[in-house]
Write a protein that binds this ligand. Structure first.
Ligand SMILES: [Fe+2]
Ligand SMILES: [Fe+2]
Length: 381
């Protein structure tokens, strides 16, 4: 896929700044990193309150709609934070996604999965920044409070050459990646909404804790070690984006305001577009054993996987059971159950150790946002 048209040289920095909404500048977020005053930049650079920024033509949000949007804003802030770390070392650092200077050996290992990996990482990062920026600005435009997680930006950065040294929300160095999305989207008889479980594509990755970015320059060799790190990233990319692809339709079912529904229905499918891309790339992760950690990446085209159901170029969602077994199978995003979806999503991501090192207050805050979203009820039923 040629994404050359999305390179930064074709989108002037000035235009970025001009397009920032209500003073919210994506560029300043990325350029400053965070430590110093992103909260102030993001949440009210001119000292205006959320109410003062509200769109006079729009009524306020219902409590439920605001709670759903606030959880999504938090999820997008977390997504943007992890993608930013990937971009600094493995993506393209430019005016759209500034910060970091790249790690050539990590980039080379990622390119084994696809020669355009750096561009895709850049674009996914850019998209996530746009998601939280938009949702927070939208909340303000409707008189609601945006979400600020800056007080939790305390996790360390990678010490590898190429990474910024700033506080992070997420930890990419000890991940327990759930790779069952690989088999879940290939099943024609099972659906997580029916309580079904799915085998891991890379069982070792779900049974330990592994880095998805080089932790320091000592992780850049031997070759199979940095390749294992890039492979881990490749499967983590799919894990993250399939979560987003499910979260939006799950929460959309409890939105009341048609415009809020439009927001969810317009952002959600972009998560699925990301997922589709990463699903394709993960299948190119070369089989190997990490000589440092012992992590094994199996041949995905051989038993216990392989065969028609699991071949690596089968990347579109296999039709499967949906709603009731009496209905025909359908190609669908899965899961999309709406009950408890926000908390289940947060807990699943937390189980992957993405927030390892965060204090209890972080988990309490995110759980609170998730519970509030899950308590939203659609009006007019
Ligand atoms: Fe997103
Ligand atoms: Fe995403």
């Amino acid at each position: 896929m040629d994404q050359a048209a999305q390179t930064s040289t074709e989108e002037p920095v000035v235009a970025q700044e001009d397009e920032s909404t209500a003073g919210v500048s994506r560029l300043s977020f990325l350029a400053t990193g965070v430590a110093a005053g992103v909260g102030a930049t993001l949440l009210g650079p001119l000292g205006r309150s959320a109410t003062a920024l509200a769109d006079p033509g729009k009524a306020g949000l219902s409590k439920g709609d605001a709670a759903i949007l606030r959880f999504l804003a938090a999820a997008e802030l977390l997504e943007a934070d992890l993608w930013q770390q990937y971009n600094e070392l493995g993506g393209i650092q430019d005016a759209q996604v500034p910060g970091g200077s790249g790690s050539p050996r990590y980039v080379s290992a990622l390119e084994v999965l696809d020669e355009d990996m750096s561009q895709y990482i850049h674009d996914n990062t850019h998209d996530e920044v746009s998601h939280f920026t938009f949702i927070n600005a939208y909340l303000k435009s409707r008189g609601a409070d945006p979400v600020d997680l800056d007080r939790f930006r305390n996790l360390p950065s990678s010490k590898a050459t190429g990474a910024q040294q700033i506080g992070r929300l997420t930890n990419l160095t000890e991940l327990t990646v759930d790779t069952s999305w690989w088999t879940k989207y290939r099943s024609s008889t099972k659906n997580p909404d029916f309580g079904d479980k799915f085998p891991q594509a890379v069982p070792g990755m779900a049974a330990g804790r592994f880095p998805a970015i080089p932790r320091s320059d000592s992780d850049l060799e031997p070759a199979n070690h940095i390749q294992a790190i890039a492979n881990t990233a490749g499967f983590h990319f799919g894990a993250v984006e399939q979560t987003g692809a499910s979260l939006y339709p799950s929460l959309a079912q409890r939105v009341s305001d048609p415009e809020v529904l439009r927001v969810l229905l317009s952002i959600g499918p972009t998560e699925a577009m990301h997922f589709q891309t990463w699903h394709d790339k993960a299948g190119n992760a070369p089989p190997l054993t990490d000589p440092t950690s012992g992590l094994v990446f199996p041949n995905l085209n051989a038993p216990p996987l392989g065969g028609e159901e699991f071949k690596t170029n089968l990347i579109m969602p296999k039709p499967t059971i949906f709603l009731r077994r009496s209905l025909p199978v359908a190609s669908i995003v899965r899961p999309t159950n709406t009950q408890g979806a926000a908390l289940a999503t947060f807990n699943a991501v937390a189980a992957e150790e993405l927030f390892r090192g965060q204090p209890k207050e972080f988990f309490a805050t995110l759980t609170g946002l998730a519970n509030a979203a899950d308590a939203a009820a659609r009006h007019g039923r």
